[in-house]
Design a protein around this ligand. Structure first.
Ligand SMILES: CC(C)(COP(=O)(O)OP(=O)(O)OC[C@H]1O[C@@H](n2cnc3c(N)ncnc32)[C@H](O)[C@@H]1OP(=O)(O)O)[C@@H](O)C(=O)NCCC(=O)NCCS
Length: 176
């Protein structure tokens, strides 16, 4: 069973969302229309919450978690992902906020209280340390991630295309 309760919270999914049977979604998670969750994703909305927007895909083996409230950080750090975001294979997203039209490259790690503005690419294998803001319109690579260059027009266009490709793919899967 892919969807599990935590206390009185259970995942709330738009009916058009696709979740692979092998993914595990726990607790306070909301996912918007036409998003997709691929094999072996683990998303745990227990000590805070996870919100995922529309047409966003979270690819195989990615891990999504968050940080509880504390004296130092009374709200803790929920995980918030916007619309048209591509989260590549085996990405770790922890207590961060992602805007819209973002590609998180395979194997990247994005840590607590990071803000990723709209229209950003994070290169495969990047590590984004806590509390950083990634500026709209740029490519970031490396560990720790550094601003590499502005995105090209083709790359900006690809962000939406990638999200749309995954909407079509999840529709195929939903149709069996
Ligand atoms: C970073 C990326 C966007 C390519 O950017 P680019 O500017 O076109 O890079 P190039 O291929 O021209 O390489 C430029 C330099 O960056 C290096 N580089 C490429 N990708 C890199 C990465 N992820 N991290 C660090 N360095 C990288 C190259 O080795 C090259 O270095 P060199 O000049 O010393 O030889 C791409 O490699 C990437 O990581 N894409 C993510 C794809 C993905 O994970 N998709 C999700 C699954 S669908």
């Amino acid at each position: 069973m892919a969807l599990r309760n935590y206390k009185d919270k259970s995942p709330l999914l738009d009916p058009s969302v696709y979740v692979d049977d092998s993914a595990v979604l726990v607790g306070d998670i909301q996912i918007g229309a036409n998003s997709s969750i691929w094999p072996l994703v683990a998303a745990r909305g227990d000590v805070n919450y996870i919100r995922i927007g529309k047409r966003t895909n979270v690819q195989d083996g990615s891990v999504l978690h968050l940080t509880r409230a504390s004296k130092q950080h009374p709200q803790g750090f929920p995980l918030i992902i916007g619309d048209d975001v591509t989260v590549g294979h085996k990405v770790m997203l922890h207590g961060c906020t992602l805007g819209n039209r973002i590609l998180v490259g395979m194997g990247a790690i994005v840590m607590d209280n990071v803000i990723v503005e709209d229209d950003v690419i994070i290169g495969a294998g990047a590590l984004v340390p806590p509390n950083k803001t990634l500026q709209s319109g740029y490519l970031y690579v490396g560990s720790p991630a550094k601003q590499a260059r502005p995105l090209t027009e083709d790359e900006r266009a690809f962000l939406t295309i990638s999200a749309q490709n995954y909407v079509e793919l999840k529709n195929d899967y939903l149709q069996g």
